[in-house]
Design a protein around this ligand. Sequence first.
Ligand code: AMP
Ligand code: GLY
Length: 427
Amino acid sequence: MNILLVGSGGREHALAWKIAASPLVSRLVAAPGNPGMAAQCELRDVSPTDVSALVVLAREIAADLVVIGPEMSVAAGLADALEAAGIACFGPTAAAGQLESSKAFAKGFADRHGLPTAAYRVCETAEAAKAALAHFSPPYVVKADGLAAGKGVVIAEGRAEAEAAIDDAFGGRFGASGARVVIEEFLEGEIGSLFALCDGKHSTLFGWAQDHKRAFDGEQGPNTGGMGTYSPAPVFTDALVEQTRTRLAEPAFAGIAEEGSPYRGVLFVELMATRDGPKLVEFNARFGDPECQVLMLRLKSDIVPYLMACATGRLAEAPALEWTDDHAACVVLAAKGYPDKPLSGTRISGLDQDFGPDVVVFHAGTRREADGNLVAAGGRVLNVCARGATLQQARDRAYAAVDRIDWPEGFHRRDIGWRVLGPPARP
Ligand code: AMP
Ligand code: GLY
């Protein structure tokens, strides 16, 4: 089977690692991929939003399946174009992808289909948004409407900070994504990421994980795309999983099909485990990054038949997914300055060593220079992932590997998994 994998982050490297392990795959091409993915894929320098060039590439390599990694490809309508070209695609259409690409759409959708979520107001102007704050109590949740790589949300302790976030969004900080703003009720509870696959009609749960969204230890600093993950996560009790399936995931798949856009791919349900059960924080129309990384480490089944089944409406025939008993942890190494102004082009060394059988280092934002050196080329740059019999063991292995990588211009959190393991000992 020939597969085209679209994207270039750590999520896509983890997908490439898992897909390449499948005996069903004869050729795996990544567009554009990254230097780490060169170990698993042929790399082709096509942008993940250049839809027509991606269709041409899929035809050229006689792709049996295209796997979409990032949300920007979903929003650009890649699945729509592949469908028109008769090429099987894992990833939703742009219309179904609005569950992620517009927070206003997602909130309206939740209302239309009775999905539990935070109370909200969608505001078209800064004045309206500031006035809307009066209907909420602190902390205030201010969200840019469109895609902002996980950085478009501000939790403001007071009115002045909320107003500044509103001015920021309307002032163009997120480009067109900030042309509308959603003000939301603050949900108390623990946050979790649950994934479900759907083939347009049938769906199945894929797995769950917990992410650390703040940049610094102790949940300090700005929101990021995610600084580290672990799976399994104890917050996902059987009851929470079951409630999330029946109250959020399945009604979402039924609702989006009813609205004329059946969902094919993976839906990422970000939820708050509140006293009243799971409440939707947001949907994403793709795997989480870096949630995908820990899930790929734990997945025992070959992933390819499931990706294909989603793309071709045959999920009901697929056997139940199998998972190892392992725990997995992922530590994100980010460039200093991330998420605002990550320092680019700094040299990374030490990746060529053998970190042992339970450690995998995925590339997320790297570039290979002409002289062969590896440099940082993004905000989140490396994902150091490890498995273990316990979360403690997985995390210890991940940090041992982190400490052997030589990259002074990077930073990372030292407390991944603290909700389970407690805060790290002071140095
Ligand atoms: P999002 O980009 O929607 O995932 O939001 C980023 C982060 O902000 C989430 O991971 C939560 O930690 C937090 N957050 C978002 N919405 C809310 C809310 N309504 N109540 C509390 N925390 C929230
Ligand atoms: N790690 C959260 C996300 O992928 O949006």
